[in-house]
Design a binder for this molecule. Structure first.
Ligand code: URA
Length: 267
């Protein structure tokens, strides 16, 4: 059996970026779970990416896997990519390197200069190594991250890229209203984006016709995260199953310190 893996950050410009990530002086421990380390990206850094995806911040599955967009949000994003036919040539970065702690942490730090500057170095590196044809931001913080890029000197003089802001994939569950209705509204937006993005990326990886979502996610809209996106030796179930990492503890402080990982039984 041959198992693909993500080669990581051994080559420039990503090697230096990863070596020089901002720490607690930039990401305050009060608002970010800095103790779990930064999580940088998922997808192709070899120049083959054509679609750039912006997410928000890593949670517990990402913390364990060391790649972003791995949990429910990540699988929904992967389902979006599958519908689009972009199953290889994508790259994803989050707005924040560290997991947000508390409700307001993200909004409070979205315009912090040092956080923005480092993220913009990543965006510059990706745009310089890859012929990115379109950008999708999931959620309003990711949208702000892209706008902060556009207004930075690093973006000056670069050709404008087609851009879509979409609802964050787990926003229906985060809303106080009817989750089914919020999902339906979100998927309508996703379908509009699929139709707009597909011609920009043609020929897509699969070259399959792009089909719109219905009113709810199908099981096929939560595909496995490709093994090629994960560090070498990652257990296969980390990409293929869901909800295997849970924050545990009786208090907020305990929950912050403990992630319980449950492997599926082996036959
Ligand atoms: N995990 C991520 O890495 N990013 C998100 O936006 C959500 C979950």
């Amino acid at each position: 059996m041959s198992t693909p893996f993500c080669p990581g950050y051994g080559h420039e410009p990503f090697r230096t970026l990863v070596e020089q990530y901002p720490g607690v002086d930039v990401y305050p421990a009060k608002h970010f779970r800095v103790e779990w380390g930064p999580v940088f990206h998922r997808g192709r850094l070899d120049g083959s990416a054509r679609l750039l995806v912006l997410g928000q911040d890593p949670a517990q599955h990402e913390t364990v896997s060391r790649r972003i967009l791995m949990g429910t949000a990540g699988r929904r994003v992967q389902g979006f990519l599958n519908r689009l036919g972009m199953v290889h040539r994508y790259v994803m970065v989050n707005t924040f390197l560290f997991s947000i702690y508390g409700q307001q942490g993200g909004a409070q730090h979205i315009n912090d200069a040092a956080i923005t500057d480092y993220r913009n170095q990543w965006l510059k590196a990706i745009l310089e190594v890859s012929d990115i044809r379109a950008v999708v931001a999931f959620g309003s913080l990711a949208d702000k991250a892209w706008k902060n890029w556009l207004s930075s000197p690093l973006a000056a003089g670069r050709p404008a890229l087609p851009y879509r802001k979409l609802a964050h994939p787990t926003s229906p569950e985060a809303s106080t209203g009817d989750v089914a209705q919020a999902t339906k509204t979100m998927l309508k937006g996703y379908s509009t984006a699929l139709a707009a993005l597909a011609p920009l990326l043609a020929p897509t990886d699969t070259q399959a016709p792009v089909l719109p979502y219905g009113d709810a996610f199908l099981a096929s809209d939560l595909p496995a995260i490709p093994q090629a996106d994960l560090p070498a030796g990652s257990p296969l179930w980390t990409g293929a199953t869901n909800e295997w990492a849970i924050r545990e503890g009786a208090t907020a402080a305990e929950k912050r310190m403990n992630i319980r990982i449950t492997a599926p039984p082996q036959r």
